[in-house]
Design a protein around this ligand. Sequence first.
Ligand code: NDP
Length: 250
Amino acid sequence: MHKVTSSNQVAIVTGASRGIGAAIAQRLARDGFHVVVNYAGKAEEAAAVVRTIEATGRKAVAVQADVADADAVKRLFDSAVQAFGRIDVLVNNAGIMPSTLPMLADTDDATFDRLFAVNVKGTFNTLREAAGRLEQGGRIVNFSSSLVGTALPGYAVYAATKSAVETLTNIMAKELRGRNITVNAVAPGPTATALFLDGKTPELIERLSKANPMERLGTPDDIANAVSFLAGQDGAWVNGQTLRANGGMV
Ligand code: NDP
C-alpha cells in the first residue's frame, strides 16, 4: 500500500461514480485523502463509492455536478470546502465518448458540441475554479487519451477534445508558477469500463486489447496507480506532462 500523504488533505475526483474515476477515488482515499466523489446522474453508484471509502476510515461526500456547467462546478468546489475546509488535489477524470464513432464527415453538430462541452469546457471550468482555490503544493491531473497518439479513424472529434486537454495542461502548469502546484495529464489506452466496452463487438474488443505488447486491456486500477503517483509526493517533479498509461500501445 502507498504511504499515507496527510490526514487532512482533500481530493476532488470528477466522474467518480464508476469506471476509472471510482478506482481513482478509492485509491486516493487509501493514499490518505478525503475525497469528493463527483458524478453527473448516477447518484446510487456515487453513494456506493462513498460507502467503500468510509469503510476504509477516510471521509467522502458525493456531489452531483455536470462539469460542463460553470455554475455547477462552482457549487462542486463550494461543497468540497464546506465538507472538508480545503482542496489539495483535482482529478479531471469526467469525460464522454459516444458508443458509435462515425467518420468526421458523418459526425453531427450535437455530437461535436456535447463532446467539447464535457471534455474541454468541463476541464476548463474545473481548472478555472482550481486556479483560485487549490492549496499551495496542490496537484491537478487531467484526462487525455492515447488516441491522440494512435489517431484511429472514427475518433477525430473525441481525440481533438483530448488534444485540447493536453494543451490546457501544458499552459496551466506554467500559469501556476510560484504556487508549487503541478498540472499533468494521464492518457489511458483501452481500459475496461463502460466508456470503452459499450457498442463494441467481442471481436473488436479482443483486437484492441491486443494492440499493446502486454496483450490485455487496462484496468481502472492501472490508471488509478498512475494518478496516485502524480497526486502524491513522489510525483512532485513531474509538471506540465502527459503520461500515456497504455501498456506500450503508442
Ligand atoms: P465511464 O463512462 O466508465 O465513466 C464516466 C464517469 O464520468 C461517470 O462517473 C459519469 O458520471 C461521469 N460523467 C460523465 N459526464 C459527466 C459530466 N458532464 N459531469 C460530471 N461527470 C460526468 O468512463 P471511463 O471511466 O472509461 O473514463 C474516464 C476518463 O478516462 C474519461 O475522461 C475518458 O475520456 C478517459 N479515457 C478512457 C479510456 C477508456 O478506454 N475507458 C481511454 C482513454 C481515456 P455518471 O455515472 O453519473 O454518469
